[in-house]
Design a protein around this ligand. Structure first.
Ligand code: PEP
Ligand code: MG
Length: 761
């Protein structure tokens, strides 16, 4: 008999039992008989969770007097171990296992071999199904699979018959019930608390046994086709970021998605009578067991990828395609994801989103910039204790206290801990309120120089922060955000409406609109790189002005929208990723052409137009003499600039902590740009994330920068800093430090700040 046929036979008999009018205990008694018989096992037992203990509920082969008497704690004995680790054991000699525990009342001393599988409900073990045999032999794969299938059926029976209390089901393994601390990298500072929601939620499998095997086969076939399509299309998508580690992940995904062995095993499981969802899960359980036996950290990583993919496949089969965003957030939420793209994050309701925990992520990835703009704290590269992955530690709905500032999060906190957290949270809000009180205070340095503190924005909603923070204007309006949140290319009218609203909200304050910077980690499906080919290196690829100049219609529409929206007022336009002066000329020519058109139509024109460029490609710094005379202003995009100077992908989590913005090389570069520009009359500023961090801002002031455009939440803290700084002092100090290439600038600056009572954390 083939494996599938054997399993099918078991499943048919189980189906009959399940459909019978027996009460739950009667069904369990039948199940142990069937399994014992089919696997020719002297013993088959079912343990279920009751009052926190695993209790023997039914057995064939052990003493019947032990039923409802033998009880074991989670983690105790082999059965307890299976429940605790939610994993399968297959042992030729049970007594040789260090966790073996002898229970005299069961009369099990004569049995040698032992195999057990967890009965899983909502990712927790609610019981254990095990078999024992007199001969010392390992059970065959098909037998283990049959046990796993049976365990799935039992899980359905147990939950339907309410044999295990729901509350109990929630309270199982120590890793998943007690408090746990995650640690990671601070990506966006702040505190937040809420309930865990997975960006890619798991599907609850409600039907294990199939009614029509052929239909299930078709479902899984279609799901595979769809998943492969998705994987092939993922290359440019934000969920997977770009380059480096992400590419490896994607390659692994592809490998699994096209793996014949995987789909064959799923089909076999379907042949045995399971639904498509149950079949995928069953194969996954089996693979998990195999991988654990191998115990190789590299394989563990791959396992993580396969888990992701199996989850994706089940979601496709079950027709749950959308992310958690599409279901809406119902309460305060801390979002959990492997990685996210900016567009994906923007789909969440920002009133309910209190924090984000990512397994990957880096400081200047756009998703992080968006989160910063949304004022949502983000912890990146997060791991549980002993390096555990997030899926193993956090359950959907768990309470989470996120302290992204300190780089940690507490899952399922004890009440006292939650209370202390809330007290700290209240204090931090007080501090925020203190910053808010600086709203109307102008940022003059101690020596009396007025520094321009502007804010970065990208959405209509962001504009309320202008009044709240008292920023001097918007130094960078990322127009591509509108493109990222739209399913299709935003029409010209919609663009115009947005720009007009933004200008209305800004009143007299200037807004620097940056033309679309799409590409890199901000790809949009309707503007896929080139003719559908995949951009190997998107950050250095066909993005921003490069793309916009070739998609002339796009640039023209945006130019027209901006000119119309700014009719009768001042317009500031900034071009991103200018690498050569001619690119600036071409971009400006598009505006000039649209301007001429509007003029010919006798439309009201902007009162004044200021054109500027971003300096984020190092090459531009070498031709400033040619560039400056063309410009009204220049804004340094340190996020991109530093990634190019260090040749370190800003979205690559492996490089997230490798280089410091406060390096002599970066600072010397920025100082040289400032010195070259002095006397040109061109207004120079910085609009990268670094300007919003206190020590970095201090350094920038020390090398001559007087205009910073930063994330709104940083406006208060930076204003406070500015008011404590004497420019001649910091300038002299920076010059001294920068003359020594071996200098540890971060260290020196923090000592300097300490000595002056300047907070910098
Ligand atoms: C930058 O590169 O520093 C910048 C401000 O632009 P973005 O982060 O949107 O690429
Ligand atoms: Mg940039």
């Amino acid at each position: 008999m083939t494996a599938a046929a054997a399993a099918r036979q078991i499943l048919t008999r189980l189906t009959e039992v399940m459909a019978s009018r027996l009460h739950a205990q009667g069904k369990l008694d039948q199940v142990v008989e069937i399994i014992g018989e089919c696997l020719s096992s002297e013993v088959c037992s079912i343990y279920l969770l009751r009052e926190g203990m695993l209790e023997l509920f039914a057995t064939r082969g052990l003493n019947q007097s032990a039923v409802h008497v033998t009880r074991m704690a989670i983690g105790e004995g082999l059965t307890g171990l299976i429940a605790d680790k939610v994993e399968t054991l297959n042992l030729a000699e049970a007594k040789a296992h260090p966790d073996f525990l002898y229970r005299p009342e069961t009369g099990e001393e004569k049995f040698h071999s032992f195999a057990g599988v967890p009965i899983v409900y909502r990712e927790r073990a609610v019981g254990v199904l095990c078999v024992q045999h007199v001969d010392p032999r390992r059970y065959e794969d098909v037998e283990i699979e049959a046990l796993q299938t049976t365990a799935m059926v039992l899980s359905e029976l147990i939950t339907n018959a309410e044999l295990v209390d729901e509350e109990e089901a929630r309270g199982l393994t120590a890793d998943q019930t007690g408090p746990q601390t995650l640690s990671g990298l601070t990506l966006v500072k702040g505190l937040g608390s809420g309930f865990a929601v997975y960006h890619q939620p798991r599907v609850e499998i409600t039907q294990v046994m199939a009614e029509d095997t052929e239909a299930e086969r078709q479902r899984v076939y279609r799901a595979f086709a769809r998943m492969r399509e998705q994987i092939d299309g993922l290359a440019g998508q934000a969920e997977f970021g770009v380059g480096g580690e992400h590419e490896e992940v994607l390659e692994t995904y592809k490998m699994f998605a096209y793996d014949e062995g995987w789909s064959r095993r799923i089909n076999e499981a379907i042949d045995s009578g399971l639904t498509a969802e149950a079949a995928i899960e069953r194969v996954q359980q089996h693979t998990r067991m195999r991988m654990r036996e191998i115990d190789d950290p590299l394989l563990a990583d791959r396992m993580h990828d396969l888990e992701d993919l199996a989850n994706r496949l089940i979601r496709i089969v079950a027709g749950q395609i959308g992310t958690a965003a599409s279901q809406g957030l119902r309460r305060d939420t801390v979002l959990i994801a492997r990685n996210l793209g900016p567009a994906e994050l923007l789909e969440y309701d920002r009133r309910r989103l209190k924090g984000v925990i990512l397994e990957e992520g880096s400081l200047t990835a756009h998703v992080v910039i968006v989160a910063r703009a949304m004022n949502v704290p983000v912890l990146g590269r997060a791991r549980g204790e002993k390096g555990a992955g997030l899926r193993g530690v956090i359950r959907e709905g768990d309470e989470v206290l996120l302290d992204a500032t300190a780089g940690n999060a507490i899952i399922r906190p004890l009440p006292q801990v939650a209370e202390a957290f809330q007290t700290r949270f209240a204090k931090s809000r007080e501090k925020q309120a203190a910053y808010a009180s600086l709203r109307d205070v102008e940022p003059f340095t101690r020596c009396g120089t007025r520094i321009q503190v502007m804010m970065n924005a990208g959405l209509r909603d962001d504009m309320s922060a202008l009044a709240m923070t008292g920023a001097d204007g918007v130094g960078l309006f990322r127009t591509e955000f509108q493109f990222l949140v739209s399913a299709t290319l935003p029409q010209r009218e919609r663009q115009t409406r947005l720009y007009r609203d933004v200008l209305d909200a800004a009143g007299d304050k200037p807004v620097i609109f940056r033309t679309v910077d799409i590409g890199g980690d901000k790809s949009v499906p309707y503007l896929a790189a080139g003719s559908g080919e995949h951009d190997e290196n998107p950050a250095m690829g066909w993005r921003a002005l490069r793309l916009a100049l070739e998609r002339e219609g796009l640039m023209k529409a945006q130019a027209r929208s901006l000119l119309e929206a700014a009719a009768g007022r001042s317009l500031y336009v900034m071009f991103p990723m200018v690498s050569e002066p001619w690119e600036f000329d071409e971009a400006k020519a598009v505006f000039d052409e649209q301007l001429a058109f509007l003029r010919a139509k006798k439309r009201l024109l902007p009162e004044r137009i200021h054109f500027g460029a971003m300096l984020e490609v190092p090459a531009l710094a070498e031709v400033l003499d040619l560039m400056l005379p063309k410009l009204g202003f220049l804004s340094i995009g340190t996020n991109d600039l530093t990634q190019f100077l260090f040749a370190a992908d800003r979205a690559n989590p492996k490089l997230a902590q490798r280089y410091d913005w406060l390096s002599v090389s970066i600072m010397r570069f920025l100082r040289r740009v400032m010195q070259t520009s002095l006397g040109s009359g061109v207004d120079i500023g910085v609009c990268g994330e670094m300007g919003g961090r206190r020590l970095e801002a201090l350094a920038l002031l020390g090398i001559g920068y007087r205009r910073l455009s930063i994330t709104p939440a940083a406006v208060g803290p930076i204003k406070e800093l500015i008011r404590k700084v004497d420019l001649s002092e910091i300038t002299a100090a920076m010059n001294g430090w920068l003359s020594d290439p071996g200098c540890n600038l971060r260290h020196e600056l923090s000592l300097w700040a300490d000595a002056r009572g300047i907070e910098y954390d």
